[in-house]
Design a protein around this ligand. Structure first.
Ligand code: ATP
Ligand code: MG
Length: 500
């Protein structure tokens, strides 16, 4: 009979380094049966690394790992899986060419006694599982064709309902909007009630406090503290995370913020009557020089399509787009770029080169522009060094390989190049996704700086905090329609959610 006080899982004095980088230093971590354990820390603090040790992804580490009081050392993710541990990774790891049902049952296809795959049963069960998270998709549909947020929910569903008794979620809500997050939390509480233990990593401290029983803070590869969520405060956690007082960081936006009055400057981007299937229905909007327009809506409301149409990646069925007074005529992204537009998609990983150093990744898309003037590696590096400093990219080395950076730091690299080569109109999709509170703050300041230089900026996001922290004016999209504009008035997170 196991001692009921024995923790389900215990790491003792765990250290891990990658080449010269010490990702974890002498970390102790305890997970109890039937708890939801929140994990927070700055980008690069070591959260994913520790969870990957638990999930068997990193086998090469120092220290002890006890499961049910017995020493284990997993050599592979399969070992961890056999022991009942499953993880949703920070990087989406779905199979885009397979169907939804095949993704739900990845590696565990249902077969009958003769070993024949039971497609119909898989489709039915996949549909039922997804319904528990509020996802209504045809299980036979191809995964890659679905929006990122839906793919993320499908991956979460696969892990949640895999029967694992320890479930690790590494920033599962980064592409989800509030209603989906609420459903996810209901599912997590249900799993806890049935005895599962859950580790939940997020940069949204409110979510962490809302769903966790216990909270652990990491900083610089070390564990700083573990405390009950009930006695923790947001400011307290942020202070432990960044190691200094920073009460003004990450506002909650529960109370009103005041949006700017209209400004009287030239319109830099004007879209009129854009229509695209069921995704966009007669959308019109304009952004002026020196203005930040926020486009807010729940995932799937059409905001991703709108951003793509604005930048010429998708051709609308109807409607016109003008940049700086000149009409873009169906020339795709090249003509948008020539007109002075830049676009940062939410799937920034696809624009990054994992085998290349940071400095190449920050200059690649501007190579054309650089080579005309100069292309000296020293200058490329100097440019990258400035970006690293501005965004506090860690490790602060221009030669670090991109693939070795933590998730949030890769996001910063994806954003960096646009911030030093500002265009006339900048469209940023989910500009702070995956970033810690400090980095978000840096991005807010950089966006304000660009605005003061006269750029017209569009922020597209399904995170209320993101638009509230940056926008002068906010439009809300619902099912492809602009349903509300907030301008020169008070707005809060609640009011934004109500409008969507
Ligand atoms: N495969 C790898 N190769 C080299 N270095 C790595 C690798 N994985 C992680 N690191 C380094 O280990 C440190 C911790 O990274 P980790 O991914 O655990 O951070 P994190 O807390 O999950 O951050 P984030 O919030 O950005 O996801 C970072 O300095 C990172 O650059
Ligand atoms: Mg991580």
């Amino acid at each position: 009979m196991p001692d009921p006080n024995t923790p389900l899982l215990e790491l003792i004095g765990v250290s891990k380094s990658f080449g010269g980088v010490q990702a974890l230093r002498d970390v102790d971590f305890t997970l109890r049966a039937g708890e939801i354990h929140g994990l927070v820390g700055e980008n690069g603090a070591g959260k994913s690394t520790m969870m990957k040790i638990i999930a068997g992804v990193h086998a090469d580490y120092a220290g002890r790992f006890l499961l049910d009081g017995r020493a284990v050392h997993f050599r592979s993710a399969r070992d961890a899986h056999t022991a009942g541990i499953a993880m949703v990774h920070q990087e989406l790891s779905v199979a885009p060419d397979l169907s939804v049902a095949e993704n739900v049952f990845l590696g565990t296809q249902l077969t009958n006694r003769l070993g024949i795959v039971q497609w119909r049963r898989m489709a039915e069960e996949a549909r039922a599982q997804l319904a528990r998270l509020g996802v209504d998709v045809d299980p036979r549909q191809q995964m890659g064709a679905l929006p990122i947020g839906v793919q993320q929910l499908i991956e979460i569903s696969r892990v949640l309902f895999s029967g694992a008794r320890i479930i690790i979620l590494d920033e599962p809500t980064s592409a989800l909007s509030p209603p989906e997050i609420a459903r996810l939390f209901t599912a997590l509480r249900g799993l806890r009630a049935s005895g599962a233990s859950i580790v939940f990593i997020s940069h949204f401290i409110d979510d962490i406090l809302n769903v966790s029983d216990t909270v652990t803070v990491f900083r610089n590869g070390q564990k700083i503290m573990t405390a009950p969520a009930a006695t923790s405060t947001k400011n307290g956690l942020i202070q432990s995370m960044i190691g200094r007082g920073h009460a003004e960081l990450e506002d909650t936006y529960t109370s009103d913020i005041r949006l700017a009055p209209p400004i009287d400057r030239p319109v830099m981007l004007e879209a009129a009557n854009l229509r695209l299937g069921r995704s966009l229905r007669d959308v019109s909007l304009a952004v002026r020089a020196g203005e930040v327009l926020g486009i807010y809506g729940f995932m799937g409301c059409g905001q991703a399509e709108l951003a793509r149409v604005l930048f010429g990646k998708t051709k609308p069925e109807r409607g016109t787009i003008r940049v700086d007074g000149r009409r873009l005529r169906g020339g795709g992204t090249a003509s948008a770029r020539r007109a002075g537009m830049a676009f940062v998609p939410d799937s920034r990983r696809s624009m990054l080169f994992h085998q290349e150093p940071v400095y190449k990744n920050t200059s690649i898309s501007i190579l054309g522009r650089l080579s005309r003037l100069f292309l000296k590696p020293a200058q490329e590096r100097a440019l990258a060094a400035r970006q690293i400093e501005a965004l506090r990219i860690r490790p602060p080395r221009v030669d670090a390989l991109l693939g070795g950076l933590s998730g949030g730091n890769q996001q910063k690299v994806g954003l960096a190049k646009w911030l030093t080569y500002p265009p006339k109109v900048l469209v940023l999709c989910e500009p702070t996704r995956g970033m810690d509170v400090g980095a978000k703050d840096e991005v807010v300041k950089i966006v304000r700086g660009l605005k003061e230089k006269g750029l017209a900026i569009i922020i597209v996001s399904s995170e209320p905090e993101t638009v509230l922290s940056m926008a002068d004016r906010i439009v809300v999209l619902r099912k492809g329609e602009l349903v509300r504009e907030f301008c020169d008035e008070n707005v809060s997170k609640d009011r934004l959610l109500e409008a969507a």
